[in-house]
Unconditional design. Structure first.
Length: 737
């Protein structure tokens, strides 16, 4: 009680009279050194709760992760506020990566929607669910550019493209943080993992990266900058070392660039144990040296390694870490708590009506799963019409846990709508549904049920096969060297294709898999990623034509693992990849070395991917025409307007994602062939036409030139507007001084 009075006496006048900085300084001036260090310490709340309470009571904790029981959180908060020496509220954090209770499609799937508005709205719903359970800090969005599908965490980000990742990361930040962080329904977002983590060597998680500064600035920084510009309250440093320096101890990155160049004034939190991680990296002799390097680099909060807690006292006493460095880190933590309104009301918001699994939240999750689904092939079989009997099969047809995808910490699989449940519900008595999973799970190797499968397939008008990856096959520390379908899934599809019935294959997976053969033998192919709670309904509605697919690939699908890394915005190179069909029989025996020409291709696979970035089909067709530019010459501070007419030339309503790419042939440094610089979802009725206008600020064409400055370079540029990254309508313009 005494402490409560102290809390009120200390903080209330500050809120009434002070500005943010003054309030922070006033709090800081009343804190002991131990209170300050406590604010920089974040621990996992799972485990011995009594021990945790002791730490909180002693003021040794600033933030707690992974408790989602509001009653427990309120009790911990009460201890912090009323019983700890400085009475500073705790900040409760969680990996709220794609949905909370209602699980959204994995972020890679969300990226396929190219729908910022919906991604933002779904993120807002997620914030409403998570804050209802007391979470005010989400470790998301993740915006690591990933060009290697072997890397299990490709599932968690927005794919291979810098521009798309930035736009969607900003959308999630806006959704999580709302109009104001102090809204009890808002939670602080965390842009992660800064930086380059997705470029891990060979797709092996946590591995070394070697990204030169130019590529950092052109490819890896921009999504983080977009998140910071959207007001993202925190940034998480990554596990990897880049060019010899672990991110968590990289002062250039966290202080010079993030804070100095971009003006970020939020909190930098380490990744799990990544302060102490400097020791196994070989970048620090012990935790003490690691703490010294990381706090001076600009990592404010130490997630779970206790390196700050145990070492800052002696580091400051010995003069190795200036007190001002500690104070500055504490200021940032206090500022975040203040912006979240925790000093006003530290407790979990009390919801009049619960939003958990509520209808509007589920509906948005369903629409997002629908928009995330990419149709990769359709030989006139979808949508199903006039069928009387469908065989539904495959290990993902009824896998309520697996379809939720990685980082499903809070979603409950009993709420999952699987494809088989949804199809039964939607088809009612009109269509007979035969169901034979054939394999118990994706790694099941048993072909014992294939005989029965064959006989059922022969009785059906069409076969719907649900295949893919289990949840556990992607995500953190779940990289794969072989990306072909696991278990006997491919064999199962061969059996089905052999039965002569139209075969629709639906993939649910956390990454692009290698699916060339499956694409060849299927009559239609849908790629639904791990679609989340409402995935079954979303897919079922597409299959029966109640929804029209509009998803576009946010990542290139290679033909085989040997092609990786493969991404659309590669550079020109001196020997362009062309010419080979990848057929080894075309190679003459004992001919001169140069007989195959000199191209940047493999001898044994074509130079193209299986499916390119931006690709995705619809039940209707679209024609683009009349590409017009507002100017043929623009200045670096100008805005280029690009107009194009889109027509729905098919028979049903549908949505096209019109994509704008910009490239240039020569510059002070070599540049990508083309880069996405705009996209627009356009929904049209049959025969409807619309002119779409993109406003392209020329400043968005800046890149890191020969002088290492990011600037717009005058010269000749190409524009391509299309429905995927391969081809489209083309034009030119110049940037002049
Ligand atoms: C992951 C982060 C995550 C953190 C906290 C780490 O292992 O890399 O993405 O936010 O754990 O759970």
């Amino acid at each position: 009680m005494k402490r409560l009075v102290t809390f009120i006496l200390l903080f209330v006048p500050l809120f009434v009279f002070g500005g943010e900085d003054e309030r922070i300084e006033a709090i800081l001036s009343r804190m002991s050194f131990e209170d300050k260090v406590g604010q920089l310490n974040q621990l996992d709340g799972r485990g011995d709760i009594e021990k945790l309470k002791k730490e909180i009571r002693a003021g040794r904790l600033g933030s707690v992760m992974n408790i989602v029981d509001p009653a427990v959180l309120d009790e911990l908060q009460r201890i912090a506020v009323e019983e700890s020496p400085a009475g500073i509220p705790l900040l409760f954090a969680r990996d709220v990566v794609h949905g909370f209770k209602t699980v959204l499609p994995i972020p890679l799937g969300q990226a396929a929607s190219f729908d910022e508005e919906l991604v933002e709205r779904a993120a807002r719903n997620t914030a409403a669910e998570a804050t209802e359970c007391g979470i005010r800090w989400a470790f998301a969005p993740m915006m690591d550019i990933a060009r290697d599908p072997r890397w299990g965490r490709i599932a968690e980000g927005f794919g291979e493209d810098t521009y798309l990742a930035g736009r969607l990361a900003a959308a999630v930040v806006r959704g999580y943080q709302g109009e104001s962080l102090s809204d009890p329904m808002s939670m602080a977002a965390c842009a992660k993992h800064f930086v380059g983590y997705g470029a891990a060597e060979g797709g092996r998680d946590y591995n070394t990266t070697y990204i030169p500064e130019r590529q950092l600035r052109d490819t890896y920084f921009p999504p983080f900058r977009a998140a910071v510009e959207a007001g993202c309250a925190s940034v998480m440093s990554s596990f990897n070392d880049n060019d010899g320096v672990p991110a968590t101890g990289n002062r250039w990155l966290l202080t010079d660039v993030l804070r100095g160049e971009w003006g970020f004034d939020g909190v930098v939190v380490s990744d799990w144990g990544s302060v102490a991680g400097l020791v196994p990296h070989g970048a620090a002799a012990d935790k003490r040296e690691a703490a010294k390097k990381c706090i001076t680099a600009g990592t404010d909060m130490d997630m779970s390694s206790r390196s700050y807690l145990l070492n800052l006292r002696s580091l400051v006493d010995s003069g190795e870490v200036p007190m001002e460095v500690v104070d500055e880190a504490v200021r940032r933590v206090l500022r975040l708590k203040m912006r979240l309104g925790l000093f006003d009301n530290p407790y979990t918001r009390k919801a009049a009506t619960s939003v958990l699994y509520s209808e509007p939240v589920l509906d948005d999750a369903c629409t997002l799963a629908q928009e995330a689904t990419v149709m990769l092939k359709n030989e006139g079989v979808l949508p199903l019409t006039g069928v009387r009997r469908i065989l539904v099969t495959g290990p993902m047809a009824d896998a309520p846990y697996d379809q939720l995808g990685t980082w499903t910490l809070d979603g409950d699989k009993t709420h999952t709508l699987t494809p088989i449940t949804a199809l039964r519900e939607l088809c009612g008595d009109d269509v007979e549904i035969l169901y034979e999973p054939a394999l118990t799970h994706c790694r099941d190797n048993s072909t014992a049920r294939f005989g029965r499968l064959r006989s059922l397939a022969r009785k059906a008008d069409v076969v719907l096969a649900f295949v893919g990856e289990e949840q556990i096959m992607s995500g953190e520390a779940h990289s794969l060297a072989d990306l072909t379908l696991q278990g006997a899934q491919s064999e199962m599809l061969e059996v089905l294709a052999d039965c002569g019935r139209p075969l629709v294959t639906v993939f649910m997976a956390g990454r692009p898999l290698i699916i060339g053969r499956e694409a060849e033998i299927s009559d239609a192919l849908l790629y639904a990623w791990h679609p989340g709670t409402m995935g079954g309904k979303a897919i079922a509605e597409i299959v029966i034509g109640r929804a029209n697919p509009s998803g576009k690939l946010p990542v290139t699908f290679p033909r085989c693992v040997g092609q990786i890394p493969m991404y659309y915005n590669h550079k020109h190179t001196s020997h362009i990849a062309r010419g080979t069909e990848g057929n080894l029989d075309d190679i003459p025996r004992e001919a001169v070395q140069s007989v195959m020409g000199h191209t940047s291709s493999y001898l044994d696979v074509p130079p193209t991917p299986l499916f390119p970035f931006g690709f995705g089909l619809s039940y209707t067709t679209f024609v683009l025409s009349g590409l017009e530019l507002s100017d043929t010459e623009v200045t670096a501070d100008g805005v280029l307007k690009v107009r194009v007419t889109v027509e729905n030339s098919g028979k049903v309503a549908g949505t096209e994602v019109v994509q704008l790419y910009v490239g240039r042939k020569s510059a002070s440094v070599t540049r990508p062939m083309k880069e996405l610089k705009g996209f627009r979802r356009v929904t049209l009725a049959p025969a409807e036409k619309r002119t779409v206008e993109f406003e392209l600020p020329v400043s968005e064409l800046a890149f890191c030139g020969a002088d290492m400055r990011v600037a717009v370079e005058p010269g000749a540029y190409t524009i391509m507007v299309g429905t995927d990254s391969r081809d489209g309508l083309k034009s030119r313009f110049s940037i002049v001084k």
